[in-house]
Design a protein. Structure first.
Length: 124
C-alpha cells in the first residue's frame, strides 16, 4: 500500500466515523494536492492552492497580532465550515464540515488525524 493509499484510507475512515465531516484532503504547504477525498466536482488543485494561501496569510496575522503559533483556521459559511490544520512541516489537513456539525468533536479528531498524517509523510 502506497503512502497516498494510506492517506486516502485515513481520510475516508475519518469521514465515515466522524459525524458532520463531508469531505477532506491532505495538501502540501506549497499548495499542491497530496491525497483527496473531496467530491468529484471539487478541483483538488484549487483546494490545495487556496488552503495553502489561507494558512500563509493566517500565520502572518497570528504573528502580527501576537496570538502565538497558529493552530488551525476555521472558516464559517452559511452552508458549513472549512477547517485547515497543519500536519507537520510540509502538509495541511483540510476538512469540509456541515453547518450543524459538532465542532468540538471534529477539532479533537483533526488533532489526532493531523498527527497521523504527519507520521505517514515523515516515514521513509
Amino acid at each position: 500500500m502506497t503512502k497516498i493509499d494510506e492517506l486516502l484510507e485515513l481520510l475516508r475512515n475519518m469521514e465515515a466515523t466522524t459525524p458532520g465531516i463531508e469531505a477532506s484532503a491532505v495538501v502540501s504547504t506549497e499548495g499542491l494536492p497530496i491525497a483527496s477525498a473531496m467530491p468529484q466536482e471539487v478541483d483538488d488543485a484549487v483546494v490545495a492552492a487556496m488552503a495553502s494561501a489561507i494558512l500563509s496569510v493566517s500565520e502572518k496575522v497570528s504573528n502580527e497580532l501576537v496570538r502565538g503559533k497558529l493552530q488551525q483556521v476555521l472558516l464559517q459559511g452559511d452552508l458549513g465550515y472549512v477547517i485547515i490544520k497543519g500536519a507537520g512541516e510540509s502538509a495541511l489537513l483540510t476538512v469540509l464540515a456541515r453547518s450543524n456539525a459538532n465542532l468540538g468533536l471534529i477539532l479533537m479528531v483533526l488533532k489526532r488525524v493531523s498527527e497521523e498524517v504527519k507520521r505517514l509523510l515523515e516515514e521513509e
